[in-house]
Design a protein around this ligand. Structure first.
Ligand SMILES: Cc1cc2nc3c(=O)[nH]c(=O)nc-3n(C[C@H](O)[C@H](O)[C@H](O)COP(=O)(O)O)c2cc1C
Length: 139
């Protein structure tokens, strides 16, 4: 069984409501546990950045389903790689709300202080999520 990591960016489809994000997280935690998929979802400044880790077939299937979700648009895969170990195995779907993302942290991984994952390199996007997980920004 091939273990893979997929990181993608997308944009909010409608004005953002924290409750929408909490709905997504709640459903994701239940579904992802069944599929043994782990990861984190970050949302801020009109954008989502999500990392999914797990069995290749399941991650691909889930990504296709997520792409059809009308709560976001323009999904773009930033990274897709085979891995030996998961980086986010503490969470079936951890969430990183805007309030936990400082401009200083964003600036370390992109050219501006405003979070925009479309402008991040694949490596920077992953390192950004890793740093947030290490500073306990993931709920
Ligand atoms: C940005 C974003 C990320 C999502 N991430 C997940 C996820 O990790 N797992 C999941 O099951 N659903 C996720 N969803 C929700 C799915 O698109 C879909 O609504 C949900 O899986 C439906 O679950 P159900 O088949 O149990 O009704 C996400 C949706 C959005 C907009």
């Amino acid at each position: 069984m091939s273990l893979i990591r997929l990181v993608y960016a997308s944009q909010f489809a409608q004005p953002f409501n924290e409750l929408d994000a909490l709905d997504i997280i709640e459903v994701s935690m239940v579904n992802n546990r069944k599929l043994d998929i782990t990861g984190v979802l970050c949302y801020s400044n009109h954008y989502y950045l999500q990392c999914l880790e797990g069995c290749r077939t399941e991650v691909n299937r889930l990504y296709r389903k997520i792409c059809l979700d009308s709560r976001h648009t323009e999904p773009v895969i930033l990274m897709y790689q085979e891995i030996l170990h998961r980086q986010f195995d503490d969470w079936y779907m951890g969430h990183i709300p805007s309030i936990n993302i400082s401009g200083g942290t964003v600036l370390k991984y992109s050219k501006e202080r405003h979070f925009n994952p479309y402008t991040m390199t694949p490596e920077a996007a992953l390192k950004f999520l890793l740093e947030l997980s290490q500073i306990n920004a993931v709920l």
